[in-house]
Design a binder for this molecule. Structure first.
Ligand SMILES: Nc1nc2c(ncn2[C@@H]2O[C@H](COP(=O)(O)OP(=O)(O)OP(=O)(O)O)[C@@H](O)[C@H]2O)c(=O)[nH]1
Ligand SMILES: [Mg+2]
Length: 293
């Protein structure tokens, strides 16, 4: 009998949840940046081998919500926990107060009692063996599980062992997806995410979280790749000027960088058109947030 089930990855912003999901499935699906709060939506990645299928739910980092977008992000976390058979609590071992990372899952405790759980320590490449041992003793008895699984998602260390642990936690079931399916989100979702990733990378501090990318056109160009048009939606006029740059130079650079990544992701040629728009307070607009791609 095969094994198949849903696995949600929970943790603080920047713990490496998206990196971990990408390494398990072997494809860069979920965007990764060094900034906290990169992931906004629940994102599914599917790992399949001969006898098992792991449906991974990458989630936004857990935070105290301060505005609508963040409340929406936290609803995505709850819904992932709800859907999951197994929950991974991913702890960033390089952070000074590990206690804080244990506290954030408290609100989910009731839910978690009904689930299989795994506690995974990430970024062990950044600390020494003795420091790792000290950190382990700091949280022993206080984490969800007695057994802690140390990994380095970035350097693919111990990921195979983690996959085995996940597999043994899953229920016996037929596969829920085709073996070659990597996600259940549409291509256009990832295209919007790649553009957002490039904006976060290129504009660093100037354009914080107030950016939203909406795909307005996605067409096949009769055997000659795809034509994609996207709106970049910002909060303020000043941000618009930054994204466009002198004589459109910044926007042009963004377009080229994003197009190259999108072509890699889709494995085909892409013609990309970007438009910059300002819509004040979109983050507070519930209907805007709920709109799917
Ligand atoms: N040194 C080290 N860095 C890592 C590791 N895993 C992830 N990172 C880095 O940590 C940063 C955050 O990674 P993400 O995967 O985006 O983290 P996340 O938990 O998905 O973050 P949010 O989506 O913002 O909640 C990136 O710069 C990663 O390269 C690791 O094992 N070792
Ligand atoms: Mg993420």
């Amino acid at each position: 009998m095969t094994k198949c089930g849903y696995v949600a990855i929970l943790g603080i912003p920047n713990a490496g949840k998206s990196t971990l999901m990408n390494k398990i499935i072997g494809v860069d699906l979920s965007i990764v940046t060094h900034k906290p709060q990169t992931t906004r939506n629940k994102i599914t990645g599917i790992y399949t081998d001969r006898d098992s299928q792991i449906i991974i739910l990458d989630t936004p980092g857990i935070i105290e919500p301060k505005y609508e977008l963040q409340s929406y992000m936290m609803k995505e976390v709850s819904s992932s926990v709800n859907d999951a058979d197994t929950v991974i609590h991913l702890i960033d071992i390089t952070q000074p107060r590990l206690q804080d990372q244990l506290i954030i899952i408290e609100p989910y405790r009731d839910f978690l009692r009904r689930k299989k759980t795994l506690t995974v320590l990430n970024k062990i490449d950044e600390i020494s063996q003795s420091e790792l041992e000290r950190k382990i003793s700091e949280i022993s008895g206080k984490s969800l599980n007695d057994e802690l699984i140390p990994v380095s998602a970035k350097y693919h260390f111990n990921i195979k062992k983690l996959i085995e642990e996940i597999k043994s936690s899953l229920p016996e079931s037929n596969f829920l997806f085709e073996p070659d399916e990597l996600t259940n989100r549409p291509e256009r979702f990832f295209v919007a995410e790649i553009i957002r990733e490039k904006i976060l990378e290129l504009f660093e501090e100037e354009i914080p979280y107030s950016v939203f990318v909406e795909i307005t056109e996605f067409k096949d160009r009769k055997g000659n790749g795809s034509f994609i048009s996207a709106d970049i939606i910002l909060d303020r006029e000043t941000q618009k000027a930054i994204i466009i740059g002198k004589f459109g130079s910044a926007l042009k650079q963004l377009g080229t960088t994003a197009r190259i990544s999108i072509e890699q992701f889709l494995s085909r040629k892409v013609y990309l058109d970007l438009f910059v728009k300002v819509r004040k307070n979109w983050r507070k607009n519930e209907s805007f947030l709920k709109r799917k791609f």
